[in-house]
Design a binder for this molecule. Sequence first.
Ligand code: FAD
Length: 599
Amino acid sequence: MQNYKAPQRDTLFVTNELLGFEEHYQRLGFEDATDDLVRAIYAEAAKFAENILAPINAVGDDEGCTFNDGEVTTPTGFKEAYRQYVEGGWPSMSHPVEFGGQGLPYSLSTSMAEWFSGANHSWAMYPGLSQGCMETLKAHGTPEQKKVYLEKLVEGSWTGTMCLTEPHCGSDLGMLKCKAEPAEDGTYKLTGTKIFISAGEHDMSDNIVHIVLARLPDAPAGTKGISLFIVPKYNVDADGNITDRNTVKCGSIEHKMGIKGSATCVMNFDAANAILIGEPNRGLNCMFVFMNMARIGTGVEGLSATEAAFQGALTYAQDRTQFRSMSGVKNPDGPADPIIVHPDVRRMLLTQKALREGNRALSIYCMQLVDVSQHAADAQEKQMAEAKLALLTPIVKAFLTETAQETTSYGMQVYGGHGYIKEWGMEQLARDTRICTMYEGTTGIQAIDLLARKIMGSNGELLKVFTGEIKEYCASIRDKQQFGHWSNAVESHVDEWLQMTQDIGLSAANNPEELGAAAVDYLMYAGYVTVGYFWLKMAVVAQQKLDEGTTEVDFYNAKLQTAKFYFDRMLTRTRSLVSAISSGSENLMQMDAEHFFQG
Ligand SMILES: Cc1cc2nc3c(=O)[nH]c(=O)nc-3n(C[C@H](O)[C@H](O)[C@H](O)COP(=O)(O)OP(=O)(O)OC[C@H]3O[C@@H](n4cnc5c(N)ncnc54)[C@H](O)[C@@H]3O)c2cc1C
């Protein structure tokens, strides 16, 4: 099995050379986040991912979690790794000092979260869900709730979950049925069943804080009648001391395709003690804070699988020998040439490489926008960052996870039949990352969020803000003639994107199905163009470094060569997407539902 290596160099290229993080952190007031400190933290995170998490990845897949009378035991090594994670201070990194955090930026912890997930997706789910719980409490908890719950979560001795899904409703949360009845002391008694709850029960922490969506007795129907509650596994007193067991219990865990070390739980709430967070009936609004970050986090999971599949495939392609190169022998001392000489193997590797680096640039850019939206002093700058983030979040979630399906499939394909065999780890990656297009809102739901809610809902304003940035950048490099071709390609795609949006808007005015019919292809189109923009920027930076006489000539040349691959062979995928989008909804909607099966 391939040893996972945290992509420190490439991450630093994006943060420091592409996005100017050194200045970004200082400007937002993170004086402590100096380049030296960031590099030191990255080095420790890499060690944790490579030496602690990666070795128990296959173990987690083999053993899975075990369930016994409401208790869940995680695979060998998971609990110990979590203990080391807490001792290393990782849970508290980007939380405020007042709650025991280290006050470092969100982008710092989230860019490293890619490595934890790349080393061990299942394990990374446990702290990942906790982060969501903490963000929700930070944004909407009362001072008392923060004192009692947040500090323990930040410290890592407790973990958290997000309980949304019920058996009859996943995407359409307006249908949820869990009920919360007011108790006399101002708390609530919450009753109902949640399914598919990641980290709902496990043996890694002293308490589990469930954030649960439920309805109050007089709540209006639909999404306007949902409230948000804290339900701890163990009840706690006002000082945060554990008292007795609450009446929430894990009923079973799912047997599933991948992420077997992550417990996916049915959670039964039987008049469980619950505390309201935020305003009554505003639960879904409160949840959006968490959801946006969780969506970026899920996109990053997709990226992490792309990275791990690329690393495995590349090592194998350099080692495995089959046939001779068509252009002449490349490995005269061996019986055959390594398969990396063959154009088709290179096509697969370069697809992985182009997506690994392009998607990383896009995701870290979004993390930078989160930093700005949380900490910028200037209100207008904050607003711009929020607008771009709103547009890019569904793209990051869906594009990075959809492309991970292709890259992990290539991970197996480069290995040939060996890719299908468990021992190499490639099939585990493909199984583990399959869930990413489904949870945290499916690709279909992200696409509707992008096209209908964000773009049409803002009359195209959100799109104009981001495409404005792209156009401005293209204008700023007009004098760099060697990039004229790629820059024109990006600009003409932006014009096409804007025009296509208008066209869809016009046809949707006559037929609302046009939005749904276009949505997923539209999102993928947006993804390829956005990543194209980042490839253009990365190529410009790489050329600049070469012109300045860098010693890392191979690193920057590889960037330029990968950019060429992206522009020649990947951005061009937009042609078939445009064709599908412009074909409209009739080819999808004309068949009666009962006529789909014809024998
Ligand atoms: C391993 C795992 C872990 C999970 N972890 C959690 C967790 O921690 N907490 C939690 O609350 N949930 C969790 N989930 C649940 C997950 O978020 C849901 O499965 C997901 O939101 C989809 O809901 P659903 O399964 O009910 O599918 P449905 O909503 O029934 O959707 C089925 C299909 O219909 C499509 N569809 C539905 N409506 C539309 C529409 N309007 N337009 C176009 N297409 C549409 C969807 O895209 C999808 O393809 C987890 C699930 C799994 C499998």
